[in-house]
Design a protein around this ligand. Structure first.
Ligand code: NAD
Length: 438
């Protein structure tokens, strides 16, 4: 192995080697007084040839796609003993029975709440998030600061970075993965379809690849979506219903993920639980969701667009408060059985589940607006338009009897109560009286 010299054995100035006293042959060199000139001209000639070839040579080709995409993963430098200590400390459990959980998308809305709740009850938690700018990065950084204070480290990295994920599994033997990292939002898929493929398909497969090879294999709980029910008209939506007619690319990637989860369960014995969330809302929420930007726009006296279905039909959502979703996530982690494989090989049948996590009470969007008007004490300026065909469906409504039976899931927060908590947080976070640029 190459031995590096300690820094102080290298002279700081090359001139130290030029002591004439130590070089007796120097006088002989001086006899040939034309030699320095000759050296100078040869040097200039060589330099000219070098510049000539440099100008003639074609520009270097772009890096191959794999390298290019690795660079786009945009993670901050990781590794080293200090970094590993921080990772270990964040993931350290407070009791023998506690879980050690890798939370992906930890700086996201649901991720922040789930990571905090796990940490609070004594589980070891490590977060990972790529802090992409799909919405206000400052909000993600504020959530990260919140997690810091709770003792949860969020590694800035992409779930497509296999080296980073493998390193995390080398440092910590995670018992569970709570996978929440995804490109969310149905409308944005028409603007940036590749971001959905990158995070929801490629990222998910990359994560499962690393999980399947980890020893021990973790149990995985991950966020699917109510959007997989697509154009279903039978209500309430049950896990037994068809999910093969999605209305958006987002929904199609979540549906694909459910099929991918089946494959990794079947071939490698990974224990996997998918949770179909129904319109989650609450403090620290997502600025791209209606309850959030309605609040902003009402306060800014902007006109709000409210959509209606065909024949003035109601658009309604089964709004589910974040605390109820967190309880569902924790129950799914707690009831997840162990994966059965090891070293990438299946050793027996493993658990595969999917649950609806909703509120079972769809509320018309017009009602959402009137609750917000009351809480903000401002009348909204609105215009009503037909629901465009950009991925949104007319209504969602969850049947949660399976989650109730298997997870003990029982939502307890109605929309009025939940929005009151959201508005309180919103006003304190943005302090709307101060001018803001967003
Ligand atoms: N909030 C809802 O109403 C809702 C409804 C159904 C499903 N879901 C699903 O729940 C999960 C959490 O949603 P959310 O509302 O918290 O969204 P969010 O956008 O707030 O959180 C997702 C986080 O993942 C991160 N991320 C995205 N791609 C990544 C990548 N390639 N590598 C690392 N990090 C990445 C983002 O930076 C973000 O912080 C998502 O999977 C979402 O699809 C949410």
């Amino acid at each position: 192995m190459t031995q590096f010299k300690p820094i102080d054995s290298i002279p700081s100035t090359p001139g130290k080697f030029k002591s004439e006293k130590s070089l007796p042959y120097i006088h002989r060199i001086r006899i040939h007084s034309s030699l320095p000139k000759l050296t100078l001209w040869s040097f200039l000639f060589l330099a000219l040839i070098f510049v000539f070839f440099l100008l003639l040579s074609p520009p270097s080709p772009p890096p191959p796609p794999s390298i290019a995409s690795r660079r786009s993963l945009r993670s901050t430098p990781w590794g080293g003993p200090a970094w590993e200590r921080r990772v270990r400390s964040s993931a350290r459990v407070r009791s023998k029975t506690a879980l050690s959980v890798l939370v992906t998308g930890a700086a996201g809305f649901v991720g922040t709440h789930v990571a905090t709740a796990l940490k609070r009850r004594g589980d070891g938690v490590l977060g990972i998030d790529n802090f992409n700018d799909y919405y206000d990065v400052a909000l993600k950084n504020s959530r990260k600061a919140l997690l810091d204070r709770a003792g949860v480290l969020v590694v800035d990295g992409d779930i497509n970075d296999a080296d980073l994920l493998r390193k995390l599994f080398d440092v910590v033997a995670f018992t569970h993965v709570m996978h929440l990292a995804a490109q969310a939002g149905v409308r944005y898929a028409m603007e940036n379809p590749n971001s959905y493929v990158h995070s929801n398909i490629a990222g998910f497969v990359n994560l499962l690849e690393v999980c399947k090879s980890a020893n021990p294999q973790p149990s995985i709980v991950w966020a699917s979506s109510s959007s997989v029910y697509g154009l279903n008209s039978k209500v309430p939506f049950s896990e037994k219903d068809r999910t093969d007619h999605p209305a958006s690319l987002y929904a199609a990637t979540k549906k694909a993920d459910e099929a991918i989860a089946h494959v990794y369960n079947h071939i490698y014995g990974l224990s996997i639980t998918g949770l179909r969330f129904f319109t989650v809302y609450g403090p620290w929420g997502r600025p791209d969701m209606a309850y959030f930007f309605f609040t902003r726009d009402i306060l800014k006296r902007r006109v709000i667009t409210v959509f209606e279905g065909p024949n003035h039909g109601t658009v309604a959502r089964d709004f589910t408060y974040i605390d109820d979703i967190v309880k569902g996530c924790l129950a799914a982690l707690d009831t997840a059985k162990k994966s059965t494989g090891s070293g990438g090989k299946k050793r027996g049948a493993a658990q595969l589940r999917v649950f609806n996590l909703g509120n079972t009470t769809p509320v018309p969007v017009s009602k959402l607006l009137s609750i917000l008007e009351k809480l903000l004490k401002v009348k909204a300026k609105k215009r009503v338009l037909p629901l465009p065909r950009n991925g949104d469906v007319q209504f969602t409504h969850a049947n949660i009897s399976l989650a109730y039976k298997e997870l003990g899931y029982k939502p307890t927060t109605n929309l009025e109560t939940g929005l009151k908590k959201f508005v309180k947080w919103y006003l304190s976070y943005y302090d709307h009286k101060k001018p803001s640029s967003w």
